[in-house]
Design a protein around this ligand. Structure first.
Ligand code: CUA
Length: 172
């Protein structure tokens, strides 16, 4: 399915890009009128090019760390979590602070949202929980305490009761 969507996207993008490419090509072949403003035009082109390069550099440099290594955490603690209507099943009740934890979340029925809250009730991170997928999210807890998992996707009458809990303990 994803393969078909990818191919479809490439085909549609090609179709959309074609008219632009035609315009660029034909404009390059149009005879250039001799212009005393040639220097200004060159400066404008240089300015545009430098803006484009600057934009690209800034965009790449300010990207948040790539999430590609989300589950490549050597020595990580793995917590498998399954969402049910309407409760969480975590295979671990305790994780250690200061070491990465990889949550592998799945659903046994419908879509849920896996939101992790610190002891003060502030959300730390969340990920979607979908039937047929295992979503992974990595987090390193720094503070020991009791953390809660709240469902962040409306999943039926007792959605609000879908609360899980685990403890973060200090490293020994
Ligand atoms: Cu599960 Cu809302």
């Amino acid at each position: 399915m994803q393969q078909q969507i990818l191919i479809l996207t490439i085909v549609v993008m090609t179709l959309v890009a074609y008219p632009f490419w035609r315009v660029v090509r034909t404009s390059q072949h149009a005879p250039q009128p001799p212009s005393p403003a040639g220097r200004i035009e060159r400066m404008r082109t240089a300015l545009l090019a430098s803006l484009a390069v600057t934009g690209l550099v800034v965009a790449v440099a300010t990207l948040r760390p790539w999430p590609h290594d989300a589950h490549a955490a050597p020595g990580a603690q793995i917590v498998r979590a399954v969402g049910y209507q309407w409760y969480w099943e975590l295979d671990t009740e305790e994780v250690t602070a200061g070491r990465p934890v990889v949550f592998e979340v799945a659903s046994a029925d419908v879509n849920h949202g896996f939101g992790v809250y610190d002891p003060s009730g502030t959300i730390l991170f969340q990920t979607q929980v979908m039937p047929g997928y295992v979503n992974k999210v990595k987090h390193t807890f720094t503070e020991p305490g009791t953390y809660r998992v709240l469902c962040l996707e409306y999943c039926g009458t007792a959605h609000h009761d879908m609360i899980g809990e685990f403890k973060v303990v200090a490293a020994r």
